[in-house]
Design a protein around this ligand. Structure first.
Ligand code: B12
Ligand code: SF4
Length: 536
């Protein structure tokens, strides 16, 4: 069969993420009537890069089950994803092969560890913009397998509009959009700079406006997540873009609001903050990693050194945006007081959504290379380091540590237990909701407003009548509504997120406690030798 030229039926499958991931806030999805937080932007982009005479179907296993009839419908089946999807992607390949389908695989984890995916017929690694044409050429020539990779970086000016038409918007809380690839910084543990390089590459403003317009024309309204690793990696460019978005969105009566990721130096630039507020940015994820300057320096995260997080968060709140924070425990240079330092830093800054993970040496990073050279990298998977099960909140520390492993786990459990008590969490919610000065521009349609109202009532019922959180919720609610009513939306949203965080905390703490018990029965030195495969 001519797979290239004919009306090829192409099935794209986003395989399952763990239900227990920090990022899989299912309870919040239930409250707002969605099925999964984020749409699969990678596969939507891949569909845009494939021949447009093909017929596409996209199944997201996080939203609906993948049936054999879906696979049997297709001439060619594709998947791609990240480390926590490794297990589900490998299962997918086997399942598709059992039904005699041709399987194409790509995305970040196959790119980092292609050897693990050798069962796939076609391995299309790296940036699809570069390697998909190579794969298509072979397909046209009748080849039935191949592996494609390239050192070349994609020219973002040639990137396509993702095929947003392949998803049902109502299944997701947010839809992703990408402006930049690559990051100028050099954090030792980061794989983004390995996958995408250190020279940020941008789409043009016109390209982004076209993508916005395509979502607008498809009838989408609401939350867009700019998935850039550091949206403000080039402040001049991003300001130009924001000016364009500002007039585009204003002339369409603000159909969208935005979230993104940025470095802490966002807080140094009032003009940028103002532009973000004008476009209706509401949440920013800050890669804080650790409150300890020595450790930041050790990790080459110099851009965060001597940047008081609390001040930055405060400033960002004054422009109507809530900061979320990413933190990591288990760095070599970490002080023995890390638990206290991190707890204090989180409480002081008022960051509610703190994603606290254990350091995981990702494949192909500077960190992994150093640990390998020092003979400390694990070659076996410890029970708690099965990164494919979940994310680095439970996996991580896949190396012999300098301070005792058990101490790192204890610190980690203590941090989570403390910052996610209802009292401490709600203290941060009140702080945030009292300080925030939002000027939300996007106004929901009447039907969406009814959904918001229903969601609000569900939060009041679920959180307000819970034994653990009821009192905290109503105290927060009345404090904020009387003292800073415009902060109530943020307050209620953050209260809803706590349903997920509380469950997730219990899951992780239980997991870590089991690992600690196991650690007590073994000699750590022997354990490290077994895991690294040699004496240390
Ligand atoms: C947005 C994002 C998220 C979002 C949304 C994810 C989603 N469902 O869309 C959230 C915040 C939920 C998230 C969470 C996590 N993420 Co994340 N995330 C990203 C980020 C910043 C952008 C991803 C994106 O949309 N890119 C834009 C699209 C267009 O690019 P793409 O997906 O890579 O697809 C391109 C190619 O890979 C290829 N391709 C992709 N799929 C396929 C399939 C086929 C068949 C083919 C041919 C090609 C192909 O073609 C595309 C066009 O070039 C990346 C970093 C980055 N810059 O890419 C990290 C990244 C993917 N995340 C990563 C990780 C580790 C995680 C977490 C485990 C922890 C974390 N770092 O936060 C969690 C786990 C999530 C979970 N649910 O369990 C790693 C993956 C590392 C790896 N080796 O697998 C990355 C690379 C960065 C990092 N170090 O944090 N993430
Ligand atoms: S700032 Fe973020 S994306 Fe850039 S190198 Fe550091 S961790 Fe990676």
């Amino acid at each position: 069969m001519d797979l290239y030229g004919g009306p090829t039926r192409c099935l794209l499958v986003q395989t399952k993420f763990s239900d227990f991931s920090f990022w899989n806030y299912q309870d919040v999805c239930d409250i707002v009537g969605a099925r999964y937080p984020a749409a699969p932007l990678g596969l939507l982009t891949v569909a845009g890069l494939f021949p447009q005479h093909w017929i596409f179907k996209l199944i997201d296993e996080n939203v609906e089950p993948l049936l054999d009839e879906h696979l049997l419908w297709a001439d060619i089946v594709c998947t791609g994803g990240m480390l926590p999807q490794q297990k589900s992607m490998l299962e997918f390949i086997r399942r598709a092969h059992n039904l005699d389908r041709t399987v194409v695989v790509g995305g970040p984890d196959p790119t980092s560890q292609p050897g693990l995916y050798s069962e796939a017929d076609f391995l299309v690694l790296g940036e699809g913009e570069i390697t998909i044409p190579l794969f298509l050429k072979d397909l046209r020539d009748g080849k039935t397998s191949g592996m494609y990779q390239s050192e070349e970086r994609a020219n973002m000016l040639e990137s396509v509009i993702p095929r947003y038409d392949l998803i049902r918007f109502r299944d997701y809380i947010m839809i992703g959009m990408q402006f930049i690839r690559g990051c100028p910084f050099n954090c030792e543990f980061c794989d983004v700079i390995e996958l995408f390089g250190r020279t940020p590459r941008f789409k043009t403003n016109e390209q982004i406006l076209k993508e916005l317009q395509s979502l607008y024309d498809l009838g989408y309204r609401g939350h867009i997540d700019m998935v850039d690793d550091n949206f403000i990696g080039n402040k001049k460019k991003v300001k130009e873009l924001l000016r364009e978005i500002k007039s585009w969105t204003k002339s369409r009566k603000y159909p969208f609001f935005f979230t993104t990721e940025a470095s802490v130096n966002l807080a140094d630039d009032d003009e940028l903050l103002q532009l973000m507020q004008d476009c209706d940015f509401r949440y920013v994820f800050l890669g804080i990693e650790t409150p300890e300057n020595d450790t930041l320096l050790f990790n080459q995260k110099n851009q965060n050194v001597n940047k008081p997080v609390a001040d930055a968060v405060n400033k960002i709140l004054s422009y109507g945006m809530v900061s979320n924070g990413g933190y990591i425990v288990g760095f070599d240079s970490e002080s023995r007081n890390i638990a206290t330092n991190m707890i204090n830093s989180i409480q002081e800054s008022g960051i509610c959504m703190a994603m606290i993970g254990l350091l995981y040496a990702l494949p192909r990073t500077q960190l992994t290379r150093r640990l390998e050279a020092e003979g400390r990298l694990f070659h076996l998977l410890a029970k708690n380091v099965s990164a494919t099960d979940i994310d680095q909140t439970t996996s991580g520390i896949n190396f012999a540590t300098l301070i005792p492993r058990s101490e790192i786990f204890k610190n980690y459990a203590e941090i989570l237990k403390t910052v996610y008590t209802p009292a401490n969490y709600y203290r941060r919610v009140i702080y945030t909701a009292l300080k925030i000065r939002p000027k939300y521009r996007h106004k929901p349609s009447f039907s969406t407003w009814l959904i918001y109202m229903r969601s609000f009532l569900r939060v009041c019922r679920k959180v307000g009548f819970s034994k653990e959180t009821g009192l905290h919720y109503w105290r927060m609610f009345f404090t904020v509504i009387t003292r800073n009513p415009m902060g109530i939306e943020a307050g209620v949203n953050l209260a809803a997120m706590f349903i997920h965080f509380q469950k997730q905390k219990k899951y992780i703490v239980q997991n870590i406690t089991e690992s600690l018990k196991e650690m007590e029965t073994i000699n750590e030195h022997e354990f490290n030798e077994r895991m690294t495969g040699h004496s240390i």
